[in-house]
Design a binder for this molecule. Structure first.
Ligand SMILES: [Zn+2]
Ligand SMILES: [Zn+2]
Length: 74
């Protein structure tokens, strides 16, 4: 009787729903004017992301190895 953490958060603008608030926050970006969102792009490959943390993480794969290049996070 202690754990009922299955609260679902919904987007007010579309059908999207998630259990994680952080997911919802990043989802809300899709409803914003794209021209107002700063996109970080790789420059080495077509990867781009809205999050700087994701971009930093992505850049590591070019340093470490070129093999693991399937982890796109768009
Ligand atoms: Zn939505
Ligand atoms: Zn890249």
């Amino acid at each position: 009787m202690s754990s009922h953490q299955s609260e679902v958060m919904r987007c007010e603008l579309c059908q999207y729903k998630t259990k994680r608030k952080s997911q919802l926050v990043s989802h809300m970006l899709v409803h914003r004017d794209p021209s107002k969102i700063k996109m970080y792009d790789c420059g080495t490959c077509p990867f781009k992301t809205k999050r700087k943390s994701s971009w930093k993480k992505h850049m590591l794969i070019h340093r470490e190895s070129v093999k693991r290049h399937n982890d796109y996070d768009i």
